[in-house]
Design a protein around this ligand. Structure first.
Ligand SMILES: [Zn+2]
Ligand SMILES: [Zn+2]
Length: 762
């Protein structure tokens, strides 16, 4: 009979919800806490989610049972991330509105309403996967409470002087028209023209190569290397900019590489971050010619976008014969990770959190956290060491959490709201200057979404009256957001609490198909919904447990089939066992030698599996249980005790029943974090009437069973069994047929079971 996983999974999801199995129990001490990553409601669950969320749920379910041993509770909250561009777009689409046509407050109101409507459906995907979060109280990163905590964080850090506002050339996306942080940059390889242009000095040509001729009008200096003999004589003189004909100083600066291009460097405001530093270093006055739309703002080329201006200027240079040489090159440009647009440096007023002065501290804190796998710490450390800017936390977007500040235009006094006013939208509230009493200007910018997501431990804990302490035990984190989510949470944890936000961080890998990254454009995407439909949640989770921590995992249908087979075998073995245990009541009995031996093997398994789960090595834990279940339990032990269950004396039978009941229950508990549905089904059908917990997932993690015999002999018995089976197979006789074979002396104690099992005659 086939196991109807669909029916069972639906039934059990309802049972867990009705019985509130995963409700946070604050009457008990929190023994383990998880800083669950909040998915965004605007997307549906993809295979990468199914993979990484399954893995964190293995840990949660294991820890829940381990905590139960100590009469403790775990904290496993759930929330959604609704404070970014994807949500803005979705809410606009669903309600057929444009956020810019509404006030920010109205739009946030609409978001909250929409999210409330769509979240239950969205959450169903996570429940279908068998996630055991507390789904009763959830947060959204845009809800009142999150806005309040996020704004409170800003105010606190401002008061601590960890936040400052500065006019500064910041990384700017002309497409999204907002400043962005270093962490949001991606490298993109692009074809470009490398043109050598005729600058001049004292009427003689001075050749300079550049990829950005559109910035000629923003040129403020040219650099030559002080060791470059070719240009020694012109240091201190002026260079004439082609086409524009104004003059700029020729300065000695070691950053001009003698070997690169012509050895002369054009410095513009701002071609890249190098220009920003160079202009600061030499205290040059910038010529700002780019506006926030990424267009030239003055002169002949005004209103042209960067790339159009580049084309037009090259044409004009060519007309005037000012291009000496030109070649096509492929080079790396920095683009915005959300839209792929090349970034610019635009001078605007922005809010920053000071991080550059604390790099050492952040590396030190990172070292205090246990990284799984270990090498991921290196990625974090490299990122921190490579930081070049403070954390820009302001964004020019309309939707988002408002920066809670007013500023007096007369005396520049910054006015903050009172805590009881939070969450606040400065655009909706008028404030007077506390010093000169004139009306203050509201700040229009919003906070970087990471400024809020970096507070998930505080937000989650606040849902439960702040009774869950920071540091949390665990942060599950995707590898591509180490430099954002992980890093910024460490920053906030340190600035607010002076400590690390969690003790362990587990970095998950990526799912591929045939070694290739799945992507819509390649058409090689596997949908979790289809897998759940075809194989069920347990099989999907069984597959997800197959990769070593932090490693990528290839999607192989065979792994799903193996998962389904394992689930079916669990059901069938349990059915078989309980045909004989129907009215069994657990009680202490005198154990037969073989049963003692087998239970001591079970004890070893408990030890190995516990150790592996504790180290987040769920893949090792799974394969240990899987092997034991198929080989030791089904192929060997079950076969060896059948005769005693059917024909043994009362004592022989009782010992077998005790061992079957307890070893199956242990096996189910050990694998229940990975396959929660089938194990619950078996528990409810057969064990529940004798056991006190209403769900297998609330049971205590198995402890060792007391046995006297702990000789490691079981593998020798299994070897003997294999040998007999092999001989019978070679002779072409059935497994029940008689055989003449000598039982090794060391297996003397288990003779009776072996003789009966193999039908051995002497
Ligand atoms: Zn952008
Ligand atoms: Zn004032």
């Amino acid at each position: 009979m086939d196991y109807n996983f669909k029916e069972v999974e639906n039934k059990l999801k309802k049972l867990w919800e009705k019985e509130k199995i995963f409700r946070t129990n604050l009457n008990r001490k929190t023994g383990y806490s998880i800083d669950t990553p909040p998915p965004t409601v605007s997307g549906k669950m993809h295979i990468g989610h199914a993979f990484s969320y399954s893995q964190q749920d293995f840990i949660a379910r294991f820890r829940r049972m381990l905590a139960a041993q100590k009469k403790e509770n775990i904290f496993y909250p759930f929330g959604t991330d609704d404070n970014g561009l994807p949500t803005e777009r979705l809410v606009e689409k669903l309600n057929n509105v444009k956020s810019k046509d509404m006030s920010r407050a109205e739009f946030i109101e609409l978001c909250l309403k929409t999210i409330k409507k769509i979240t239950p459906d969205f959450m169903q995907d996570w429940k279908d996967l068998g996630m055991s979060c507390d789904f009763e109280k959830i947060y959204s990163t845009i809800d009142d409470n999150s806005r309040k905590i996020s704004q409170k964080s800003f105010i606190e850090l401002f008061k601590k002087k960890e936040i400052y506002k500065k006019e500064f050339p910041t990384i700017w996306c002309p497409e999204c028209q907002t400043s962005i942080a270093q962490a949001e940059l991606e490298d993109k390889s692009e074809k470009s023209l490398f043109s050598t242009l005729n600058f001049s000095c004292d009427g003689k040509d001075l050749l300079i190569a550049t990829t950005r001729p559109e910035l000629l009008g923003a040129c403020v200096a040219v650099f030559v290397n002080p060791l470059d003999k070719r240009y020694k004589k012109i240091i201190g003189k002026k260079a004439k900019v082609p086409l524009f004909n104004f003059e700029v100083p020729i300065l000695a600066d070691k950053s001009a590489e003698i070997e690169k291009g012509t050895g002369v460097l054009m410095i513009c405001s701002y071609g890249d971050k190098f220009d920003v530093e160079a202009i600061n270093r030499h205290k040059l006055t910038p010529r700002l010619i780019l506006n926030k739309q990424g267009k030239i703002s003055e002169g002949k080329y005004s209103e042209l976008k960067v790339k159009e201006a580049r084309k037009k200027i090259l044409e004009d240079l060519r007309k005037d014969d000012l291009i000496n040489e030109q070649k096509e090159i492929e080079h790396i440009v920095n683009v915005h990770d959300k839209c792929g647009t090349a970034i610019e440096f635009i001078t605007t007023e922005q809010w920053f959190i000071k991080i550059l002065d604390k790099k050492k501290k952040f590396v030190e804190l990172g070292k205090k956290i246990n990284w799984y796998p270990k090498f991921m710490f290196k990625r974090y450390e490299n990122w921190v060491n490579g930081l070049e800017w403070d954390w820009n936390i302001s964004r020019e977007r309309h939707f988002g959490i408002p920066i809670p500040v007013w500023e007096c235009s007369k005396c520049n006094e910054v006015i903050l709201p009172l805590e009881k006013e939070l969450p606040v939208d400065p655009l909706q509230t008028k404030k007077k200057c506390s010093k000169c009493n004139s009306l203050a200007e509201p700040e229009e910018k919003v906070l970087d979404t990471w400024a809020t997501s970096s507070l998930t431990p505080q937000i989650a804990s606040s849902l439960f009256g702040n009774k869950v302490n920071i540091p949390f035990s665990l942060r599950p984190n995707a590898h591509d957001i180490i430099r954002t989510w992980a890093f910024y949470t460490i920053v906030k944890g340190y600035l607010h609490e002076g400590k690390i936000p969690w003790k362990d961080i587990v970095i998950s890998g990526v799912v591929s198909l045939g070694g290739e990254k799945m992507s819509k454009s390649k058409g090689n995407v596997v949908e979790p919904k289809d897998i759940l439909e075809k194989y069920g949640a347990d099989a999907l989770r069984f597959w997800a447990s197959g990769s070593k921590l932090g490693n990528d995992l290839d999607y192989l249908e065979n792994d799903l089939i193996a998962g389904k087979r394992f689930v079916n075998k669990l059901i069938n073995a349990s059915k078989f066992i309980f045909m004989n245990l129907r009215n069994y009541k657990p009680k202490k009995v005198k154990l037969i030698n073989l049963d003692e031996l087998f239970l001591s093997e079970i004890n070893n398994l408990i030890e190995t599996v516990t150790e592996n789960f504790e180290k987040y090595e769920y893949s090792r834990a799974k394969s240990e249980i899987e092997n034991f279940f198929w080989n030791d339990f089904c192929s060997n032990y079950l076969e060896m005790v059948k005769w005693r269950v059917y024909n043994g004396s009362k004592g022989e039978k009782e010992s077998a029943l005790f061992t079957l009941y307890n070893s199956l229950l242990v096996l189910l508990k050990l694998i229940s974090p990975i396959t929660p549905f089938v194990t619950e089904e078996i528990y409810q059908n057969y064990f529940r009437k004798n056991e006190k917990e209403k769900s297998i997932h609330l049971c205590e993690w198995p402890r060792k069973i007391t046995v006297k015999n702990n000789k490691k002999m079981f593998s020798k018995i299994m070897n003997f069994n294999s040998e007999v089976w092999k001989i019978k197979k070679e002779r072409g006789i059935s497994l029940r047929d008689e055989i003449k074979i000598k039982i090794p002396k060391e297996l003397e104690d288990y003779k009776k079971d072996l003789i009966a099992m193999h039908n051995i005659k002497f």
